[in-house]
Design a protein around this ligand. Structure first.
Ligand code: ADP
Length: 262
């Protein structure tokens, strides 16, 4: 048996022996003297939609960036779909990372590539799909996000809302088990926000993809979340279903935060 199958506990059905798809165990992340995540533990079950809330600087984006392996923790263990992301050998980390797609605040599309190529690039390069397979999948996804007629356009010819739809299609093209959403509407003109959130609501409702969202759109968070985690001081200070957290939070700090954003 190859060595790296020892931790490969049925990634298709969830991952860890407890059925969690994502698991942070005692994760500490520091930037210099700034301890951003402090002995953090939380987990997400497959198919669940979890929203991270909390004041600016409380480490929410850092959690997503750790999951994308754009940052590394100083301490602790991060597991995705039964595979170690940290600490892990590069090969195992790459396999774990393939399960995760991310949509960024600033879209981050490749400006010189067409919309279609933006979506096919990673499936061809990383998953080894043929160009034809990748294009067929990309066209299905463009239909899903309502942009079939923009396949040959360049990102600069699209509105911010359309670019974000392409970024969502690009993330889904990798068939991730987990979709990370980092403030995906905060760079959009106000009239474009509702369309993107409606698309994400549809994806949440009609697919079994697991979502981890950072958002200030509390109405959206209330609609799609199974669980809301409130962060402060590098820890989860409160968690629960959105009805509870938004209507009857236990912690004064949560009430204060929600009072400022709602
Ligand atoms: P949030 O998403 O909750 O607003 P972040 O995760 O973006 O918080 O940031 C948490 C803290 O980490 C902030 O104090 C921020 O300044 C700091 N930080 C984030 N990224 C870096 C970095 N690359 N270098 C130094 N400090 C960083």
């Amino acid at each position: 048996m190859p060595a790296d199958t020892a931790t490969d506990t049925a990634p298709e059905t969830g991952g860890t022996p407890n059925g969690e798809l994502i698991r942070f165990d005692n994760v500490t992340k520091r930037f210099g003297d700034n301890t951003v995540l402090d002995d953090l533990c939380f987990s997400v079950k497959p198919g669940k939609h979890v929203t991270l809330i909390g004041p600016s600087g409380s480490g929410k984006t850092t959690i997503l960036r750790l999951l994308m392996t754009l940052e590394s923790p100083e301490e602790g263990t991060i597991t995705v779909a039964g595979r170690k992301l940290f600490p892990a050998a590069e090969k195992e980390r790459r396999e774990a990372r393939k399960k995760i797609g991310m949509v960024f605040q600033q879209f981050n599309l490749f400006p010189n590539m067409t919309v279609l190529r933006n979506i096919t690039e990673a499936p061809v390069r990383v998953l080894g799909l043929s160009k034809e397979e990748a294009e067929a999948r990309a066209r299905e996804l463009l239909e899903l996000v309502g942009l079939s007629e923009k396949a040959d356009a360049k990102p600069g010819q699209l509105s911010g809302g359309q670019q974000q739809r392409v970024a969502i299609a690009r993330a889904l093209a990798m068939r991730p088990q987990v979709l990370l959403l980092d403030e995906v509407t905060s760079a959009l003109d106000p009239e474009l926000v509702a369309g993107v959130l409606d698309l994400l609501r549809d994806i949440a409702r009609t697919t079994d993809i697991t979502m981890v969202c950072v958002t200030h759109e509390m109405g959206f968070a209330r609609d799609i979340s199974d669980e809301v985690l409130m962060f402060d001081g590098g820890k989860v200070i409160e968690s629960g279903p959105p009805e509870k957290i938004f209507s009857d939070p236990e912690q004064a700090r949560t009430r204060e935060f929600l009072g400022a954003v709602l």
